[in-house]
Design a protein around this ligand. Structure first.
Ligand code: DSN
Length: 429
């Protein structure tokens, strides 16, 4: 225990235990997941796939990777599951490479509508090496299927992504399938945000409708950082070569040796997700989000809430994130659909309940959390973002100093710490 790193880990452990973690893509893994992740499996190189490795000594690693894949197939009801993608973005890159030739059209939800970078965002590989077309949400903040169909007919995409990172509603996979079929596109569900809800049976599974599924493993699924790619029966029917194409895209296409400690830890989390207790967890995540959303004056059908702060003033997302952090609550600033301010200093915050629910919090606790959020947000009234860009840097420095000194935020933080400290966190004393 001599490294300075362990002191810093203790500091972070304190933050994780005495704060309220509400970034909706974050969670707390179990002690067993941590144990597998910190294991000697990190010592081994295993380029290739089980039974087909470049290096010797992979008998046990093969068993671990096959076991993890079998668990994923069982949990999601798919015939094929690949475990080696380091995280969500490389998984999505591998799928894009497997399905499309460079320059072909990929379609995905715009980042500004709650999509993901890898679904065709500006400056991402998906728009640098492919022709990206984005669909968006309408005035009601829901996916605009009329626009989606029009764009699909016009641009004839090879691949259509269904996946979101800041979308508080359930997804209707059937509607996407219908449009994909009109233009012969491969339909891929990126379920990263809602994988745990699907595994827990509280969100419809895309398996019946899409060809390929990608997911990270560390969000609602409550595993370690990592990702999986799965192919459905529909996908195999569409392209019997899909297995070989995805494998080639992973290695040699993008990656070298897989992270075996990560694969093993994913397997542990999949074992956990197959237990009945995980169904109860997933249901509680959604129930908590619904209560939290209602208390904050909005709606959620899933695990996350996208809260517009336009009632408080102009361009207040950054200020809100900072004020809440000072009060012991972690959320992230986020654009809202039709963003009136700026993508860098947006008008909303994104928050969610997966991590709080893992600590055992229930609906009544969400009412308390909402109370603290609302009290903290009162502190940002009047701190509107200057319309002149050149004034913003100094302004934000000033308001950070002001919020840091706020007696009210300090008072809330004390209450939050006393409350949060009562709820255990696996791996933290
Ligand atoms: N960074 C993730 C999120 O927070 O939603 C998306 O990859």
């Amino acid at each position: 225990m001599s490294s300075r790193v362990f002191k810093l880990i203790s500091e972070e452990a304190h933050r994780q235990k005495y704060g309220l973690e509400m970034i909706p893509s974050e969670n707390y893994v179990s002690a067993n997941v941590l144990k597998a992740l910190g294991s000697i499996l990190t010592n081994k190189y295993s380029e290739g796939f089980p039974g087909r490795r470049y290096y010797g000594g992979n008998e046990v690693i093969d068993k671990i990777e096959n076991y993890a894949s079998d668990l994923a197939k069982k949990l999601f009801g798919v015939p094929l599951a690949f475990m080696q993608s380091y995280s969500g973005s490389p998984a999505n890159m591998a799928v894009t490479m497997a399905v499309c030739q460079p320059g072909e059209v990929v379609m995905g939800l715009a980042l500004s509508s709650g999509g993901h970078l890898t679904h065709g965002a500006h400056l991402n590989f998906s728009s640098i090496f492919y022709k990206a077309v984005n669909y968006s949400v309408g005035k009601d903040w829901k996916i605009d299927f009329v626009e989606l169909e029009k764009l699909a007919k016009k641009h004839k995409p090879k691949l259509i992504w269904v996946g979101t990172t800041a979308y508080p509603y359930k997804l209707e996979y059937k509607k996407f399938r219908k449009i994909a079929d009109l233009v012969g596109a491969t339909l891929v569900a990126d379920i990263a945000h809602i994988a745990g809800l699907i595994a827990g049976g509280v969100h419809e599974s895309p398996v019946k409708y899409v060809d390929i599924i990608t997911t990270t493993t560390h969000k609602t699924l409550r595993g370690p950082r990592g990702a999986m790619i799965m192919v459905t029966s529909l996908g195999l029917k569409r392209d019997p070569e899909m297995k070989a194409k995805i494998e080639r895209a992973i290695i040699p296409g993008i990656q070298g040796g897989p992270h075996n400690h990560q694969t093993a830890a994913i397997a542990v989390s999949l074992e956990e997700a197959l237990k009945p207790s995980f169904k109860r967890y997933a249901a509680q995540v959604v129930s908590n989000a619904k209560v939290l959303a209602k208390e904050l004056g909005t709606i959620s059908e899933v695990h996350l809430i996208l809260l517009s702060l336009t009632n408080y003033g102009y361009g207040l997302g950054y200020q809100a994130q900072y004020a809440l952090e000072e009060a012991g609550m972690t959320v992230n600033k986020n654009t809202i659909p039709g963003e009136p301010a700026s993508p860098f200093y947006p008008s909303g915050i994104r928050l969610g309940t997966p991590a709080l629910t893992s600590r055992g919090m229930k609906e009544k606790d969400m009412v308390k959390v909402a109370g603290w959020i609302k009290r903290a947000l009162e502190e940002i009234r009047g701190l509107d973002l200057p319309k002149e860009q050149e004034k913003r840097k100094d302004f934000l420095k000033e308001i950070k100093e002001k919020l840091h000194k706020s007696i009210n935020l300090k008072k809330i933080r004390k209450e939050v710490e006393a409350f949060a400290g009562k709820f255990p966190v696996p791996g933290i004393q």
